[in-house]
Write a protein that binds this ligand. Structure first.
Ligand SMILES: Nc1ncnc2c1ncn2[C@@H]1O[C@H](COP(=O)(O)OP(=O)(O)O)[C@@H](O)[C@H]1O
Ligand SMILES: Cc1cn([C@H]2C[C@H](O)[C@@H](COP(=O)(O)O)O2)c(=O)[nH]c1=O
Ligand SMILES: [Zn+2]
Length: 196
């Protein structure tokens, strides 16, 4: 389990944490856990998400287990620093949907002494790296990969298999549209979807 760095002599030293994995792997739960602990520690926390993420709520970050925290929806990563005056910790969910500038924005905030915690899908439904996530993972001090349970065999899952024929990258959804699968079951599912 990720434990916060205690830095009594470095209170203004920032860093980046990334929480990544497939859908249903617990990214949002882990983000909420870290943010709630930061608040318990008396730190000021601000939470952002892309404004296209309206799956469960327009204004809150909500996990599949219905845990939630109020957030500010933004349409571009460049708006985040404008809303971060006097903030100790910044949380960002659904980072895969942000523009390519998000890693630089996170770097800027971390250089300013802010702890930045970013959660997002590392791969899209095709198994390809998703949006700004690979760059964020490269730039972060700490990367935590969490895993769901494969819906076909019960092993650890790290793919998000899409259950519909829609080929667009952006398709909001939950259990009726996606299932987490392990490598073996994902490849079997993809092969059986291919026209023969
Ligand atoms: N196949 C699955 N594997 C693991 N958790 C699942 C699965 N299906 C549903 N869940 C639920 O999803 C929760 C995680 O939700 P959440 O943190 O929102 O995930 P993520 O943000 O990674 O999509 C788990 O605590 C569990 O209750
Ligand atoms: C794989 C994949 C997912 N999405 C969408 C589906 C959900 O609305 C979010 C991911 O949410 P979660 O918190 O990780 O469960 O992303 C998408 O648009 N495209 C994809 O390829
Ligand atoms: Zn499996």
């Amino acid at each position: 389990m990720f434990l916060e760095k205690t830095s009594p002599r470095d209170r203004r030293k920032g860093w980046i944490e990334v929480i990544c994995g497939s859908m249903f792997s617990g990214k949002t739960e882990e983000l909420l856990r870290r943010l709630k602990r930061a608040r318990i520690a008396g730190l000021t926390v601000e939470i952002f998400k892309p404004n296209i993420d309206i799956r469960y709520s327009q204004t809150h970050v909500v996990s599949h287990d219905a845990n939630s925290i109020a957030s500010t929806p933004v349409d571009a990563s460049g708006n985040i620093p404008l809303l971060c005056g006097n903030i100790d910790v910044v949380g960002i969910d659904e980072a895969q949907f942000f523009d390519p500038n998000l890693p630089e924005v996170c770097n800027l905030l971390a250089h300013q002494g802010i702890r930045v915690i970013v959660a997002g899908l590392d791969m899209d439904f095709k198994g390809q790296p998703f949006g700004p996530m690979p760059a964020l993972m490269a730039m972060a001090e700490y990367v935590t990969k969490v895993h769901a349970i494969c819906m076909h065999c019960g092993d650890l899952a790290h793919y998000s298999h899409r259950l519909t024929n829609n080929d667009q990258l952006l398709l909001l959804g939950e259990t009726s549209t996606y299932e987490p699968l392990c490598r073996t079951c994902y490849h079997k599912a993809i092969q059986s979807n291919k026209p023969s």
